[in-house]
Design a protein around this ligand. Structure first.
Ligand SMILES: [Zn+2]
Ligand SMILES: [Zn+2]
Length: 229
């Protein structure tokens, strides 16, 4: 296939010895890169400032930025963001037709919107498409995908949804079968490990080994929600 900027990172994630979800690994890289940029190099760029003012940040990314120990960077961005909020938060006076105006709608829209999430989503959806095309065209990549241990549920959903709209019905059926094999095996393994983890709290199992269950709860979290911080 035509080399795209996404081919290399996608291949790297699928080559990785880490047996977690490869798209979660890509997400984390994209996120770290985006956060470094907006609190660093591109912080003062006017067109980025316009976007961050408009979209704001989700709670998760505010928390992550808060831990990044760049209070001045965050302060400067907030100064600009807060400056644009006044107009959107106006509730209208007593004589206004609708006393609340558009304020709650505007706040609700802001709650759902995040500059960082949007930037990550843009690249990640292209990476997911790249993985599907690579699987379709490159036997080597097909082997890499077959060897993956799991995909988290949110990325499994995105993979299926993207593939459905990108590839032929016949290829899609084969793709689904392959993913189903991987996901079913992982779910069975995880279920067994969680079950053994719970048993280990029963005194009758005290002398038994932990087997592969010590991190079963953590692995289930990763499976259910994807990216963990
Ligand atoms: Zn994932
Ligand atoms: Zn976000």
């Amino acid at each position: 296939m035509k080399e795209t900027i996404y081919t290399i990172p996608v291949n790297e994630a699928f080559d990785s010895a880490d047996d977690g979800c490869p798209f979660c690994a890509l997400y984390k890289k994209l996120e770290a890169n985006e956060l470094d940029l907006i609190l660093g190099a591109s912080m003062m760029e006017p067109d980025i400032r316009i976007e961050t003012n408009k979209k704001g940040f989700c709670g998760t990314h505010l928390d992550v930025m808060f831990t990044m120990k760049n209070r001045l960077g965050l302060g400067l961005m907030f100064e600009s963001h807060l400056g644009t909020l006044a107009d959107r938060l106006k509730t209208g006076g007593l004589l206004a037709k609708d006393a609340s105006g558009k304020c709650p709608d505007n706040i609700a829209a802001l709650e759902k919107s995040c500059y960082v999430c949007d930037r990550i989503e843009f690249s990640l959806s292209k990476m997911i498409n790249t993985a599907i095309i690579l699987w379709l065209r490159e036997p080597e990549f097909r082997k890499k995908l077959a060897a993956r241990k799991m995909f988290c549920l949110p990325h499994y959903r995105t993979l299926l949804q993207s593939a459905k709209t990108t590839i032929s019905k016949k290829d899609f059926a084969e793709f689904v079968k392959e993913l189903d094999r991987i996901q079913s095996a992982y779910l069975a393994e995880l279920t067994e490990d969680v079950s053994w983890f719970c048993k280990k709290f029963d005194y009758r199992y005290d002398k038994e080994p932990w087997k592969n269950s010590k991190d079963a709860v953590e692995r289930t979290m990763k499976y259910l929600k994807g990216v963990m911080r």
